[in-house]
Design a protein around this ligand. Structure first.
Ligand SMILES: Cc1cc2nc3c(=O)[nH]c(=O)nc-3n(C[C@H](O)[C@H](O)[C@H](O)COP(=O)(O)O)c2cc1C
Length: 339
């Protein structure tokens, strides 16, 4: 019997396919990128993490992370913090702002976050984790989920403990990045421990870490028996990955993904980013995506060495216009070859 949270995440009743989510990535998965990923087949996306400290709830940065996509997917806000009462207050605040699912960050390895005892630092203090989860679920009027890692380091795998706490306090879904905090992003994600945790709980579980192809998605789902996957870095410059995985898992989904369609979508992304942030901030936000798009579109990111020095959105778009011209000419040349 599929859990209602999966139905909410997929919009399907009953759920008869694995869920595919876009991972939260601070500084990357803003509304412009999430919108595109959902359009291309991601069942849901999570906003970039937001602070729970009362003095940070209304900052322009927190506010800018509260944009929700136009798709019929749930508005998921991920909160990060270390104090149960602050996390509870933040929950109430973000629900008022439109959050339909509250996700708790128990995985961020950043020094700035860990230095305040938040993110993956909480994995060293399971009592604190329980206190936070209890405080949040007690006030939340929407489902509460969490995202965690395997543990602090290889001598301290805490995933099974976290799962037990989650069950006790009424968490609706767990996402696991298959690394410890000590690994940060090094080495390979370990899926065996995620599979063991999944087998030990009735809670829905999403597997995350290093999923970058259809084959990997299928293998990881098979190995862990999880209810879905979450894709992060591999979608950068290649949001079509959601479409490709969705198509293979469903065998019927179709969307356009020719080179020209891809270039046009990249342009739409840049234009939306510029519209969101304006000026040089928009240019900077778009830059990291542009480099990744070029890598996937041309296989030769060095072709456009001066991308980092371009300081206006129009010139950024011109790079893609030039690519579009090249592709149009290729198509024309192909046409001439046709008998
Ligand atoms: C730039 C960047 C920012 C991230 N920000 C967050 C975040 O805000 N919240 C979170 O839970 N995880 C964050 N993560 C971790 C990802 O959600 C994901 O767990 C991790 O990248 C592993 O998945 P992947 O191999 O598919 O990228 C971030 C990762 C990156 C690379």
């Amino acid at each position: 019997m599929p859990h209602p949270i999966l139905e909410r995440l997929t919009g399907q009743h009953p759920v008869n396919r694995p869920v595919i989510g876009l991972a939260p990535m601070a500084g990357v998965t803003d509304i412009a990128f999430r919108q595109i990923c959902e359009q291309l087949g991601a069942d849901y996306s999570v906003c970039e993490m937001v602070a729970s400290k009362p003095e940070l709830l209304q900052t322009p940065k927190s506010q800018s992370r509260l944009h929700f996509t136009e798709h019929a997917t749930p508005n998921i806000i991920q909160i990060v913090g270390n104090q149960p009462d602050e996390m509870a207050m933040a929950t109430t605040h973000y629900i008022k702002q439109g959050a339909e699912i509250i996700d708790i960050n128990l995985g961020c390895p950043a020094k700035k976050v860990n230095g305040t005892g938040a993110g993956s630092a909480l994995l060293q203090s399971l009592d604190k984790v329980e206190a936070i989860l209890r405080a949040v679920t007690a006030v939340s009027t929407v489902p509460v989920t969490l995202k965690t890692r395997l543990g602090w380091d290889h001598d301290n795998y805490t995933l099974l403990d976290i799962v037990q706490i989650a069950e006790r306090v009424g968490i609706s879904l767990i996402t696991v990045h298959g690394r410890t905090r000590a690994c940060r992003f090094n080495g390979n994600a370990q899926y065996d421990l995620i599979g063991q945790a999944k087998a030990a709980t009735p809670l829905p579980m999403i597997v995350n870490g290093d999923i970058d192809s259809v084959e990997k998605a299928q293998q990881v789902l098979q190995q862990t028996q999880c209810d879905g996957i979450m894709v992060g870095r591999a979608s950068l410059g290649n949001p079509w990955l959601f479409h490709t995985i969705r198509r293979e898992l469903d065998c019927h989904f179709t969307a356009h993904d020719s080179a020209i369609d891809k270039i046009q979508l990249a342009c739409k992304h840049i234009a939306h980013t510029q519209q969101l942030y304006g000026g040089i901030t928009g240019v900077r936000y778009a830059r990291k995506h542009i480099q990744k798009y070029l890598q996937h579109l041309t296989g030769t990111p060095d072709l456009f060495k001066n991308i980092a020095s371009i300081d206006n959105a129009e010139a950024q778009l011109d790079v893609f216009a030039a690519l579009l011209d090249n592709h149009a000419n290729e198509d024309y040349a192909d046409g001439l070859k046709t008998p």
